[in-house]
Every structure is written in C-alpha cells, then in structure tokens.
Design a binder for this molecule. Structure first.
Ligand code: FUL
Length: 500
C-alpha cells in the first residue's frame, strides 16, 4: 500500500492526525480526477452493444423445408413455401421476450438469398412465397424485417455466409468479388444494422453451379476480410462485426451458450481467424490481448439452427434459458438466442411461450436490489467523485474507484436486518478498461464472515458478472477484489433473492 492510500484509508476510519490534513486535502483533490484508462479499451459502439445483453437470431430459408442444417446449394427455390409467414409476429415475440435486436440469416451456406439480390437468381423472388412486396414490387424478407423492427423499435442485424455452396465460382476470385458486391447491396439497402455476422464454417463440398465437388479455400485469406470489414464500416460505421476473431465481437468458442467464467474482452489483433484451433482463447479471451473484442454466445432454442418438426419436443425450457442467461450475460458476454422459424413462417408457439416465460423469470430473479438501502463502506476511496455510494445508485456512469496504486480493495454492504440473498451482480466501468483479475464474496452470518461459493471461479468481472449460490441470511455482504490490472473502477454491485 502506498502512502497516499494508507492516509486515505485511515482518514476514512477517522484516524488521521491534524498535521496531515493539509497534505491529505491536496492529495484527495488530486485524486478527484478519473483513473487513467487501462487498455485495451472498447469503442463507444461496443459498450452500447454490450448493454443490449440479449438479442435474437433467426435461421429461416430452404433448409426449413428440406429438413436440413446445411443445404447443399441445389434445392429448388420453389421449395421455400411458407403458409402464414408473419415477420411482425417474430419481432413482436422478441420484443415481448425483452430482446433488444434481431440478427437474421440473409444467406446461409446454401447460397439462397432471402432478399431480391440482383446478383443471383437463387433468391426469394423465385420461391413460392407470395407475401408483402417491397418498394420494387418484390417479396423481400429483409424489407419486411426492417419495417417490423422500426415499428417495434428493435435493432436489426444480418448474417451473410461467406461459404456459398450454390455459386459456380466459389473457390475462385470471381466469387469473392460477388460476395463483396452482395455484402455492399445488403449494407446499403436495409437501414442501420447493429451487427453483421460473418460465419466461420466452410465444409468443402457443394453444388457449385452443378460441378458437385469439393472446393478447398484458404480460410484466412481467401475472402479478403480486410476488404469485407471496410465495406461494412464504410456504410455502417456503427455496426459490430462478428467473426471468430472480431473485430467487433468474437465467437465464444462453443454453441452451447456458455461464456467463460474467466472472460476477458481482449484478443491479440489479427491473431484469431475462422477455424482458429485454441478454443480456450475464444472462451476466456487473451489476457495479453491488445484489442477490445468481447465474446458473444450464440445458441439455438432448439437442438438445430433450422426448424425440424421432430424437435418440437426439444425446445429449451424457460428454466434452461434462464440458466443460459446466467452463463452468458452473467459471465461478461452477450446472449444471441436463435429461433428456427417454422414452416408456417412463424416463431413456433412453443419457442415463443418459453422465451417469454424465460424473460419473466429473469425479471423476477433480479427484481429487488437488496443492496440499494444498505450502509456501504470501502477499504479506500479515490475521492468524492468516486464515492462508494456510486455502486448502489443505479446509474451506469458513476463508479467507485480506488486511488492510484491501489489495485485491491473491499466493499461492505450492511443490512438493517438479516437478509436472505442468493444472487450477486457486479459490474466494472468498462469505458476505462477491464481490470479485475480475482475477487471474493463473503456473507456475515451470526457475526462470522463466511465465503460465498458460487460453484465457479470468481476471477474476471467485466461489463457484468452474476453469481448464483444457495440462499444465505446475512447481516452484511463483503466483496473483495484481490487482484487487478490497476485501480478498481466498479459502477454497480447488486444482490437479489431469486425464488429458485
Ligand atoms: C455455424 C453454421 O454452420 C450454422 O449452420 C449456424 O449458422 C451457426 C450460427 O453458425 O457456423
């Protein structure tokens, strides 16, 4: 502990002698400036994106009707034949389920474009769908989605598979040029996109204009990703670009919906590429990373990404979705939940009921913050702008910070009477970087401090970390950060009693 933090700590306990007051006043004033940021830092748009927390994914297309996950690229467009397609119903469902956006598959690996792409005949206008028409008088799922998103105030994103099993030129330069043009068409015609999803899968074989063969590409270089990124950012500067390694956000390394219990929002620039073998880096981030690339957890509400009637009995229950929320949002990641739209063209009734019930359960779990009215003290405080009360004021932009050189510290919340808790929620003020490396949570029970065991390592916090543990009746809760990359900057700590 340096002299300054020693003085501040002891002054808070009321133990500082008068002779030191002048020095202390000067020091405290000096410490009323914010801590220096510790890189890597998020872009403002990455912070806004992270605050969305949960958003929907939609897989819908020819596969829905052919009962496949990966179409070969040869299915007749007429096969796409929804009986009651209702894009507004999707968006209403997502809105009711508390989702903040939706990312739709505009083209999957089979190459079938769900909008009237002028560059290929293999698109929705050649299907059996006879729904609402766009301004050019054509059926257009993306135009329908844009309209519904605007109506219900939901953000929209798109998935455009680089792998295309329909295109005759796939594997050659001509296809890459086509992909770039198709992407340009997408990012210029459907309004603001919050995320563009670049899938990493590349299976090899496909229809390829009738060649029906296996085509191998260099996954790192073939598509010219720098060009792809510049096309997206030129037209959609606010979009987050997803791929295995970012640059906007990264794949978490599994499709189970599980973020790492240790989860840094950093990667080494250009280190991770589609097919990158070190899954642990995707799950946990790279501690020595120099670029802010937070994790996104993509997972389907059913076993498959596309609809299969036999999976009607395998829809994740509200309880399972709640569990996934804690393993994603509760572990410093976002939760991208997929809906396989069914053959009618709707979010299936089972999926919709389960996701709405999930949201109600989460809201119920995290309804009353039991720390709001507690007495809060801290081991040290940077200065009055960084008071410990900032942790419980419900504001994102105010935070508790420790003085320079003080990279550990504890905060104690004292209840008026013994109070049962079983959830703890912690947040770092990530605009200044992600700092915490290790922390502990304790409860004061019958006058003795006991460790709270959440059944998982309590290492990183980041934008949000939520711990679940058996109910404990405490007179106080103490959070101690035992290791960090710099002075602590936490903007929120809450506790709840969930009734499960
Ligand atoms: C994977 C794809 O191969 C799946 O079909 C699905 O689209 C999933 C979200 O990404 O890589």
């Amino acid at each position: 502990m340096n002299l300054l933090s020693f003085l501040i700590k002891h002054s808070l306990k009321g133990g500082v002698g008068g002779g030191l007051c002048f020095f202390l006043a000067l020091s405290v004033q000096a410490q009323n400036t914010a801590p220096e940021p510790i890189g890597p830092l998020p872009l403002p748009k990455q912070v806004e994106w992270q605050k969305m927390e949960t958003y929907a994914f939609v897989h819908y297309g020819l596969n829905t009707f052919t009962d496949k996950e990966w179409g070969y690229g040869d299915a007749d467009p007429k096969t796409f034949n929804p009986s009651r397609m209702d894009v507004e119903q999707w968006v209403r469902t997502f809105k009711q389920a508390g989702m903040k956006g939706v990312i739709v598959v505009a083209k999957h690996h089979d190459g079938f474009a769900m909008w009237p792409s002028p560059l290929t005949e293999y698109n929705i206008t050649k299907s059996s769908y006879d729904g609402p028409k766009n301004k050019d008088g054509k059926v257009d799922m993306l135009a329908e989605l844009r309209k519904a998103c605007d109506k219900y105030d939901l953000k929209m994103g798109v998935y455009l598979s680089p792998w295309d099993r329909n295109h005759a030129e796939y594997g050659r330069q001509a296809y890459v040029d086509y992909y770039h043009q198709q992407l340009t068409d997408l990012v210029t015609n459907y309004g603001p996109l919050f995320e563009v999803w670049l899938d990493g899968a590349n299976g090899g074989d496909g229809y390829y204009g009738g060649a029906k063969e296996k085509r191998k590409i260099d996954r790192r270089n073939y598509y010219n990703f720098p060009k792809i990124h510049s096309i997206i950012l030129e037209h959609q500067p606010e979009a987050i670009i997803f791929s295995d390694g970012g640059p906007g956000c990264r794949w978490v390394g599994n499709e189970r919906g599980e973020g790492g219990t240790t989860n840094w929002a950093f990667l080494r620039k250009n280190d991770v590429y589609p097919g990158y073998p070190h899954k642990k880096d995707l799950e946990q981030g790279q501690t020595d990373g120099d670029t802010w690339i937070p994790a996104e957890c993509d997972v389907s509400i059913r076993p498959g990404w596309f609809y299969h009637p036999e999976e009607d009995s395998k829809v994740k229950t509200p309880e399972q979705l709640v569990d996934l929320y804690y393993k994603t949002v509760g572990r410093n990641a976002t939760f991208l939940l997929n809906f396989p739209v069914d053959r009618e063209g709707r979010v299936n009734a089972i999926d919709s009921a389960n996701v709405v019930a999930f949201r109600q359960m989460i809201e119920e779990d995290l309804k009353v913050d039991l720390l709001r009215k507690t007495k809060v003290t801290a081991s040290s405080i940077r200065g009055k702008n960084f008071a410990v009360k900032n942790l419980t004021d419900g504001k994102w932009d105010t935070y508790w910070a420790t003085p320079d050189g003080v990279n550990t510290g504890s905060v104690t919340f004292t209840f008026k009477k013994p109070t049962k808790v079983n959830r703890l929620l912690l947040q770092e003020y990530i605009l200044l970087g992600q700092r915490v490396k290790a922390f502990t949570a304790e409860a004061l029970v019958d006058g003795k401090w006991q460790m709270i065991d959440a059944g998982e390592p309590t290492t990183t916090i980041g934008y949000k970390r939520i711990l679940r543990f058996p109910s404990v009746e405490a007179t106080a809760i103490r959070i101690s950060v035992t290791d960090a990359r710099g002075p602590l900057c936490l903007n929120n700590i809450s506790a709840y009693l969930a009734n499960r």
